[in-house]
Design a protein around this ligand. Structure first.
Ligand SMILES: CC(=O)N[C@H]1[C@@H](OP(=O)(O)OP(=O)(O)OC[C@H]2O[C@@H](n3ccc(=O)[nH]c3=O)[C@H](O)[C@@H]2O)O[C@H](CO)[C@@H](O)[C@@H]1O
Ligand SMILES: C=C(OP(=O)(O)O)C(=O)O
Length: 463
């Protein structure tokens, strides 16, 4: 592998963190139905944590199907700042952490995304010491890291949070963390992943009870096992990890992004369109496809790895409660709110995972929706039409929800908050245009970019 470098044949989006800094907006002319095939990228939440997992290995890690996202770029910068070699070529990322020796992650980068913090488990396991600033990510609640900290302490680490930095080290002469029995108060995805990574190189057996069961947790476990780790039970609420002394090189392909796929299913449903999505793992999408079926929207399995959504004129209201996997995913809550805004009847959404994840409701109301929010509950009175307006996305999925609503709204909408959107969707505007949507990305600071689509080698220019 070559020296430390970050390069790619396709460029990664800019890693901007806050709305006022956004220099671009999306203009969307709604009311066009979509048609065609959508290619689903690798899962953001797998890619980010698997990149952290590569720090556990002293050999070459080749990671395939890496989505080209702002968060991936930031995570690469975090890993590079730790003194680790990495090279991106298309969607293939090579990481070699053989000579990795820096335990301090940079504040400016870690504070821009959530998953960077999860690397604390891998850094501590490899180096015996880690200094990790508290993370950023979507502003959807307080998002503490107490479960991560308590789990690492149970494994023998001394951990203190001071001045916004989480300092952890293995005390005394010991070089490895110790296996432990850990019960998570709630099945946190990130805490499960942090502790699973830490435990792969610990001495003895670690048991994580009430573990998260998300597909991305299973993907990380499969990745670690492919490097020689001994993890069993991932995907259930009890994960058992037999620590090993060292891990070896591997070549691994990330699972498709179920949230990107779900977002395109909702975009298809709201525009009464027929779309084929691939590659997907249909089983990962059951909570989403079951809700669509309940609303009267058919989604059929084409082949083992693709789904077809069929157009319907009308769809019915329904109720949604978010919960950890295999419940309805919180990351799909905002996109579904857009769909329910146009459903027949009254719907209720209850957000149970994050305490402040309904901020998109007021922006959807600007587009003509009729949504009232009380605490963590949104009451949605379905309306017949939405109408285009300027709106502001406040987090990743909230911005995706506004894009979806704008696709169905009459007239033009202008969407701000693209720094959020670009954290989680590779080329979303180009993908939508290829399906027949009218989406234009405007650079507010300079000239307007060409209205082009260049997904899967196709390229077109339209007005
Ligand atoms: C990068 C990544 O993978 N992000 C995903 C991950 O976030 P993340 O891993 O941050 O989400 P968690 O599952 O940890 O959070 C779930 C709940 O647990 C709470 N909590 C979490 C950790 C902790 O130490 N203490 C604590 O109280 C959180 O505040 C939240 O209310 O899972 C979320 C839930 O599916 C998804 O929305 C995010 O897209
Ligand atoms: C909440 C999300 O991401 P993060 O945890 O990275 O903020 C998300 O992907 O919807």
């Amino acid at each position: 592998m070559e020296g430390r470098q970050i390069n790619s044949s396709r460029s990664l989006p800019d890693a901007k963190s806050s709305v006022p800094e956004d220099s671009s907006v999306l203009e969307i002319w709604g009311g066009h139905s979509l048609q065609g095939q959508v290619t689903i990228n690798g899962a953001k939440n797998s890619a980010l944590v698997i990149m952290a997992g590569a720090l556990l290995c002293s050999g070459d890690c080749r990671i395939r199907n890496v989505p080209l996202l702002a968060d991936v770029k930031r995570m690469m910068q975090v890993i590079s700042a730790l003194g680790v070699d990495l090279k991106l070529n298309g969607n293939v990322l090579d990481i070699n952490a053989r000579d990795f020796s820096t335990s301090k992650a940079p504040y400016e980068l870690v504070t821009q995304l959530r998953a960077s913090f999860f690397a604390i488990g891998a850094i501590l396991a490899r180096l015996g010491v880690a200094q990790m600033p508290l993370p950023g990510g979507c502003a959807i609640g307080a998002r503490p890291v107490d479960l991560h900290v308590r789990g690492l302490q149970a494994m023998g680490a001394e951990v203190q949070i001071e001045h916004g930095i989480c300092n952890a080290h293995i005390p005394g002469n010991r070089r490895r963390l110790q296996g432990a029995k850990i019960y998570l108060d709630s099945p946190s995805v990130g805490a499960t992943e942090t502790l699973m990574m830490a435990a792969t190189l610990a001495e003895g057996e670690t048991i994580i009870e009430n573990a998260a069961r998300e597909p991305e947790v299973v993907d990380l476990a499969n990745f670690c096992n492919a490097m020689g780790a001994k993890i069993s039970g991932a995907g259930t609420s009890k994960i058992v990890i037999d620590g090993v002394a060292e891990l070896h090189s591997l070549d691994y392909t990330i699972i498709p992004d179920r949230i990107e796929a779900g977002t395109f299913l909702v975009a298809g449903a709201i525009t009464r369109s027929e779309l084929i999505l691939s590659p997907v793992v249909p089983e990962h999408l059951i909570p989403v496809t079951a809700k669509l079926q309940e609303m009267g929207i058919s989604v059929v399995e084409e082949m083992a790895n693709s789904l077809r959504i069929l157009p319907v004129d009308k769809f019915q209201a329904t109720n949604i409660e978010t919960s950890p996997h295999p419940g309805f995913p919180t990351d799909m809550q905002a996109p579904f709110m857009s769909l329910l805004a146009l459903a027949e009847g009254e719907s209720i959404i209850k957000e149970n995972v994050f305490e402040n994840r309904l901020r998109h409701a007021s922006e959807l109301n600007r587009l003509g929706a009729d949504i009232r929010v009380k605490g963590n509950t949104a009451l949605i009175h379905g309306v017949n039409t939405l109408s285009g307006a300027p709106v502001l996305g406040t987090d990743l999925r909230a911005t995706a929800a506004l894009v979806i609503a704008a696709l169905a709204a009459e007239g033009k909408s202008t969407i701000q908050g693209l720094s959020h959107l670009d954290r989680g969707y590779e080329l979303i505007d180009e993908k939508l245009n290829k399906l027949g949507a009218k989406v234009k990305r405007l650079n507010l600071t300079g000239t307007e970019p060409e209205f082009t689509a260049s997904v899967n080698g196709n390229s077109k220019t339209s007005a």
